[in-house]
Design a protein around this ligand. Structure first.
Ligand code: NAP
Length: 251
């Protein structure tokens, strides 16, 4: 993992109790940023904090349901009260239960509440805090499901397309205010969300078949892109949906 110069900077990461979000929180801390680790899973979130502080990094946990506006505002307020400012935000919390029928209205609604409305609520509160300290960078987590069709999951598919739209919106809205907004579009990554697939050799092989690099991605391979997008190395990059998928969408 490449480390950037982020001493004195403050990052928040949603959905950081495991998977991609935990790796992102660790990567920001490894570059010197203080990190607010956030999730609906408190115990595992505190584990992420411990992993960071055991390595000498600075982190604090804040319980947050991204679909709840007051909870999101409390998260951003915590970053400012704990560390004085907010520079970077990774809106990564998401749900994707392939066992559920997303044509059922309550399932459809919950998916969009978390995967799309959650990103909008986070961007709104984060941008306000960033404006107060002169700018910042936001990275949203979309998916290759934001770029191509998925015949099984209408809500996840539509929500992740929506995240790319929101990213482009935010990039334009805050372009002159010093806030850059980008997103990542991961392919198939080994995380708790994909446990159900990685536990089956047959399903894992079918995922490899649609991935030219013939392997499943690692959370840190997404985290490193998130940190790069927030770093000064990406100072002219905004509105970009960065694909990290082992070549899956190149086919
Ligand atoms: P993960 O380990 O399940 O992480 C997602 C975290 O978000 C979980 O801890 C989850 O808690 C939490 N969460 C769910 N609802 C929330 C809410 N309302 N508010 C706050 N946190 C909430 O999965 P991951 O694979 O790292 O996923 C991270 C992001 O990457 C998601 O947006 C996902 O859609 C996206 N993504 C993943 C892949 C992949 O192959 N893994 C590919 C493309 C995109 P619960 O466990 O309680 O739900």
């Amino acid at each position: 993992m490449i480390h950037y110069q982020m001493d004195g900077k403050v990052a928040l990461v949603t959905g950081a109790s495991g998977g991609i979000g935990r790796s992102a929180a660790q990567a920001f801390a490894g570059s010197g940023a203080s990190v607010v680790v956030s999730d609906v899973q408190e115990e595992k979130g505190e584990e992420t904090v411990k992993l960071i502080t055991d390595e000498g990094g600075k982190a604090a946990f804040q319980l947050c349901d991204v679909s709840d506006e007051a909870s999101v505002q409390a998260l951003v307020d915590r970053a400012v009260s704990e560390y004085g400012r907010l520079d970077f935000a990774v809106n990564n919390a998401g749900i994707n239960d392939i066992a559920k029928d997303e044509y059922e209205l309550d399932v459809w609604q919950r998916s969009l509440d978390v995967n799309l409305t959650g990103v909008m609520l986070c961007m709104k509160a984060e941008a306000e805090a960033m404006l107060a300290s002169g700018g910042g960078a936001i990275v949203n987590t979309s998916s290759i499901n934001g770029l191509i069709g998925n015949p099984m999951q209408p809500a996840y598919n539509a929500g992740k397309h929506g995240v790319i739209g929101l990213t482009r919106h935010g990039a334009l809205k805050w372009a002159k205010d010093g806030i850059r907004v980008n997103c990542v579009c991961p392919g198939f990554i080994e995380t708790p969300m994909t446990d159900i697939i990685t536990k089956s050799a047959k399903l894992t092989n079918s995922m490899k078949l649609i991935t030219p690099m013939d392997r499943i991605g690692k959370p840190e391979e997404i985290a490193s892109a998130m940190v790069w997008l927030c770093s000064d190395a990406a100072s002219f990059v905004t509105g970009h949906p960065m694909v990290i998928d082992g070549g899956a969408t190149a086919m």
